[in-house]
Design a protein around this ligand. Structure first.
Ligand code: G1P
Length: 276
């Protein structure tokens, strides 16, 4: 069973400046719910109750969000407005939240390694909150789909989606062999390949299940693309032993780290998921 989900959330969110000057990008709301809360909902649905958040300087509002706000709650107690807190209260009852600070921004691999103290020696999920995933007609969220696969295969799994060839340079890209419907054994993977050099158009999106040996690998992973420690490079080491699967998930994903993706997600949520 996968019980813990790691949320790397120490990044600067420079693409959304000035909004992210003092507000973490993970707190940017899609209509009325912050991005991170969508990720937590998805993890809870998949049976995870330990939310492990890697934060950085100036990210206090993340931990405040998943805590009681006495003044506010006292003020609206007994009024219809209290309903608006129903979902977040339910989350706080079901999940526990732990935090660790990443002192230096040395890449996603480094952020995940920073989370080792919170995860320990067990398989875990990773959610990058700026990739917002919705079911869009699928029966389950992406993490639930991945957990079911983990239970069968017991190895690391990355979520992938096909992207246009002129966008592969924005992602980790895999090369895989199809082993069953929508599931590939990863033979090779490259972080943000130069245009025209990608091994396929199957891009990794921000959902991972990782086996805990990834931490030892990350400790020895040299800085890669952009001078940062990349999870893609660490995963390649597992892949070379046949220990990484790529799953073409059911559902829809929005790149909320980009302005067009953020707007698209906002419209989608307003039209399909938001309730007054
Ligand atoms: C990270 C990963 C990349 C992955 C992407 C998904 O990149 O390094 O492999 O494809 O997330 O969103 P970032 O978007 O943080 O630059």
């Amino acid at each position: 069973m996968i019980k813990k989900c790691l949320f790397p959330a120490a990044g600067y969110g420079t693409r959304f400046l000035p909004a992210t000057k003092s507000m973490p990008k993970e707190m940017m709301p899609i209509v009325n719910k912050p991005l991170i809360e969508f990720g937590v909902d998805e993890a809870l649905e998949a049976g995870m109750t330990g939310m492990c958040i890697v934060t950085g300087r100036g990210k206090h509002s993340l931990s405040d969000h998943f805590d009681i706000n006495y003044e506010l709650e006292h003020q609206i107690s007994g009024t219809p407005k209290e309903d608006k807190l129903q979902d977040i209260r339910a989350i706080m009852e079901q999940a526990s939240f732990t935090y660790i600070r990443q002192r230096q921004m040395k890449g996603l691999g480094h952020a995940i390694l920073t989370g080792q103290q919170l995860i320990g020696d067990e398989a875990f999920a990773v959610v990058l909150a700026d990739d917002l995933c919705v079911k869009d007609g699928a029966e389950q969220g992406v993490l639930s789909q991945m957990v079911a696969l983990y239970e069968k295969h017991k190895c690391s799994i990355v979520a992938v989606e096909e992207v246009p060839e002129n966008e592969t340079h924005k992602y980790g890209v895999i090369k895989g062999s199809l082993i069953e419907d929508n599931l590939y054994r990863v033979d090779d993977m490259v972080e943000k390949p130069e245009p025209g050099t990608a091994p396929s158009n199957m891009a990794i999106i921000g959902r991972y299940i990782l086996t805990p040996d990834i931490f030892e690998i990350l400790k020895n992973t040299a800085p890669g693309k952009g001078g940062e420690i990349q999870i893609t490079d660490a995963l390649l080491e597992q892949a070379q032993k046949g220990r990484v699967l790529a799953y073409k998930f059911k559902g829809k994903r929005f790149d909320c780290g980009s302005v067009p993706g953020f707007i698209e997600a906002t419209n989608y949520v307003y039209e399909n998921l938001y309730r007054e």
